[in-house]
Design a protein around this ligand. Structure first.
Ligand SMILES: [Zn+2]
Length: 351
C-alpha cells in the first residue's frame, strides 16, 4: 500500500453536528485525471481512445494497465475518495467531541460497462446491461463480506452536465463504514411508518402509485418504474423490483434480468425525450450491508436528471441548495406522460 504522509489532515471524514452526517474530504486527490470536458461519448467519439484511462489495454495514472476486457471490468479507483490507504487519524485530533474526525476508510471502485468508449448503457444490447446488473450484484455480495464496510453506494454520473470525469461508459461504487444520508432518512421514515401504522412504507407507496397509475413509466414481470408523486427533479424516475429486496445481493437471476430490462428501457426513454444522450445522476438506494435487520427496506434505483425539459437545465438554487426544499416547475404526471409517449422501437441500439 502506498503511504500518503501528505494526505494526513487532507483526507478524512468530519462529522456535521447539525445535519448529523459525515462529510468526506479528499483534498489530497485533486490531481486525478479529468477528461470530462470532452463530453459524453456518443457517435462522434471513436470506439477506442488511446488517451482514455478506462479503455482496454490502456495504462492508468498510477501505472496499472487495463486488461483487454470484453464486457464488464471492475477495478479499485486509483484516486479513491474512501480507501484502505486513508491515513489513520491521531487520537489527539479528536480532543474536541463536537468536531469529530474519522479515517476515510472504505473502498472505491470503478465499473466499466463495456470496452467500447463511445456507447452508453442505453445503446448497449440487453445482454450487456444484464451483465452490468449482475456485476453490481456480485460487488454487493463481495462488499458485504469485506471488513469495515457496512454500506455500498452504486452511482452513475452520466454526461458532461453532471461533471462526469470520463465519457467512457462506467459507474462507481463507494463502499463505506457509514450509511449515506438519503438512505438513512428513508430507513427512519420506514421504521416510523412501521411503528405508527403497522405497515411497510414502500408497499404503501407502490400501492398509491398503482392506484393512481398516471406516473408509471414502464413495467415488466419483475420491476416497475415511475416518477413518484413527490418527485423533486422534473425527470426523477424510480425503479423498484416488484418483490421487496433490501439489497441487490438478494436478487435472483430472473429479477436481475427483469430489472436490467426495465433499467435499459428507462434510459432509452430518457434519451428519446432529449433526442440525444440524456444526462443524469443515478444512485442505487439499498439497505446497509451489515448491522441490523432491514426487512422493511425495498431497494430502488433513483435517476436524477438535471434537466427540466429537453435541453433546458434545472439550476438548483436558493430554495434547493440554500433551504433544502425543492421548488419544481413541472409536474411528475406530465413528465411521466412525456416519457411514456416516446417511440421506444425507434431507439437505435449500437451494433
Ligand atoms: Zn475509453
Amino acid at each position: 500500500m502506498p503511504d500518503h504522509p501528505s494526505a494526513l489532515g487532507r483526507w478524512e471524514q468530519r462529522w456535521h453536528p447539525l445535519r448529523r452526517e459525515w462529510v468526506v474530504y479528499c483534498a489530497h486527490r485533486n490531481t486525478r485525471p479529468w477528461s470530462g470536458e470532452r463530453g459524453g461519448g456518443g457517435k462522434t467519439s471513436p470506439a477506442y481512445d488511446a488517451k482514455c484511462y478506462l479503455c482496454p489495454r490502456n495504462t492508468r495514472a498510477q501505472g496499472h494497465v487495463n486488461p483487454d476486457y470484453r464486457d464488464v471490468f471492475v477495478f479499485d479507483n486509483d484516486y479513491p475518495v474512501v480507501g484502505a490507504e486513508a491515513p489513520e487519524i491521531p487520537g489527539a485530533w479528536n480532543a474536541r467531541p463536537l468536531y469529530r474526525r474519522e479515517r476515510a476508510a472504505g473502498l472505491a471502485r470503478v465499473v466499466c460497462f463495456d470496452p467500447r468508449h463511445n456507447v452508453t448503457l442505453s445503446e448497449m444490447k440487453l445482454a450487456g446491461v444484464v451483465r452490468v446488473m449482475d456485476a453490481w450484484r456480485s460487488q454487493v455480495r463481495e462488499l458485504a463480506a469485506a471488513p469495515g464496510i457496512s454500506f455500498a453506494l452504486i452511482f452513475e454520473n452520466k454526461g458532461e452536465m453532471v461533471g462526469v470525469s470520463s465519457p467512457h461508459p462506467h459507474c462507481q461504487i463507494y463502499a463505506t463504514g457509514f450509511t449515506f444520508k438519503h438512505i438513512e432518512m428513508e430507513l427512519e421514515a420506514v421504521a416510523e411508518h412501521r411503528r405508527e401504522r403497522a405497515g411497510n412504507l414502500f408497499a404503501a407507496i407502490l400501492e398509491e402509485e398503482r392506484r393512481d397509475g398516471t406516473r408509471i413509466v414502464a413495467e415488466n414481470e419483475h420491476a416497475i418504474a415511475f416518477l413518484p408523486f413527490f418527485a423533486r427533479w422534473s425527470y426523477e424516475t424510480w425503479i423498484f423490483p416488484k418483490k421487496r429486496r433490501a439489497t441487490l445481493a438478494e436478487l435472483d437471476d430472473q429479477e436481475v434480468a427483469g430489472l436490467a430490462a426495465l433499467y435499459q428501457e428507462v434510459t432509452r426513454r430518457l434519451d428519446l425525450v432529449e433526442g440525444s444522450s440524456f444526462p443524469y445522476v443515478m444512485s442505487l438506494y439499498q439497505a446497509p450491508l451489515k448491522g441490523g435487520a432491514y426487512g422493511d427496506y425495498h431497494l430502488h434505483f433513483v435517476f436524477l436528471p438535471p434537466l427540466r425539459s429537453p435541453g433546458l437545465k434545472k439550476f438548483p438554487a436558493g430554495p434547493e441548495i440554500g433551504g433544502g426544499n425543492f421548488m419544481s416547475d413541472t409536474l411528475p404526471e406530465d413528465k411521466a406522460r412525456e416519457l411514456r409517449s416516446v417511440d421506444l422501437p425507434s431507439f437505435k441500439e449500437a451494433p
